[in-house]
Write a protein that binds this ligand. Sequence first.
Ligand code: AMP
Ligand code: MG
Length: 414
Amino acid sequence: MTNRPTSCLDPFEADAISVADARQIIFDQITPIQGSVKVALRDALNQYLAEDLVSPINVPPHVNAAMDGYALAGADLPSENTKAYHVAGASFAGVPSDQSYQQGSVIRIMTGGVMPQGTDSVVPQELVDVLDDGTIKIDAKQHTGQNVRHPGEDIQKGATVLNKGHRISAADLGIIASLGKGEVKVLRRPRVAFFSTGDELKSIGETLNEGDIYDSNRYTLFALLKNLDVEIIDLGVIRDTQEEIEKAFIAAAELADIVITSGGVSVGEADFIKPTLKKLGDTHFWKIAMKPGRPLTFGTYHNSWFFGLPGNPVAVMVTFMQFVQPAVNYLASGSIKPTLTIKASSQQAIKKRPGRTEYIRAIVAQTDNGELEVKLTGNLMSMSLANCFIHLSSESGGVESGDLVEIVPFNNLI
Ligand code: AMP
Ligand code: MG
């Protein structure tokens, strides 16, 4: 596999590539999942259809009333003045009438009730005069065929209801249920493994020695993956040695389509991710003209795609959202999701030089008149206060207070 030519957008580093180019390289390398599985209807939520979904029945299956009222034959409606009718029976939803229609009478019917034999029209109950003796009067403004739903009016038997590759939503689950289907063939979910690297990292429950910190990326990555409906494989913490990392890569490649690591992607003496990936397989890029997240490795080995994210927890969030998430979605669905661009008015001026894309932690909120305003969380504030990144493009030379800026909301915000 070859590396693409890099675009030299970055005055900070001539060999860094742009965010858009990096994303394109990822899409070029990834082959979307083909394998499929049959799952129970509830488990199909958020999965991608592996085949066109064809309706085995007409929806609705029977001619039925669209309103509560009285069913009769259109030919028996008055052409002038009004006409009185005897109410001969009733047809309720799920409880059809066993009577067939007799001229001069009507059959009481409720919405969804099957139209009795011989009837073709429903007069809504609001338009009818009910007389003391129980007979009803209908005027001459009614039409043959009114207020009746026909078989297949919503969905015809044999029609393709949802296309292969479609992601099954809550509404779709209802549609599929209305066809009486209890199982659906969907693409298998991506398997995503991840591990943290660093000799300073301790797992929760362990004692911190001097210089140690707790491994927090493991939890951030778990949470980010949880939102993507993938099979999550947590491989824990790996020490900073070439042997350990190589062993972990080989094991992870057996288990997962995508392998994510955090830490060890710089050029420090304990940074083994890139050389190990290079030794085993291919690396496709290295530096990205972005902040944070500049050192990032993407590569292939065996049948897996590797993302070496930086160790810094904020950089993990940014690079995950910008690269891993689109990659997982493409792997899962075979299509590239267009990104929804949301603009908000910046409450502050932001300094920036052109040449790299920047993602800045921020809080977006809606004002009383419905507009979106965004303010920075401030350096000392926790990442958890932020609910979005402000995205400043590579070309941007900074922002004045009040300027509209593009925001990238975190999951669950919208
Ligand atoms: P590295 O990319 O390995 O040089 O790490 C950059 C910074 O992120 C260092 O300060 C690390 O201690 C920190 N870091 C790396 N991995 C993690 C992790 N799993 N959890 C929390 N911090 C980390
Ligand atoms: Mg490290």
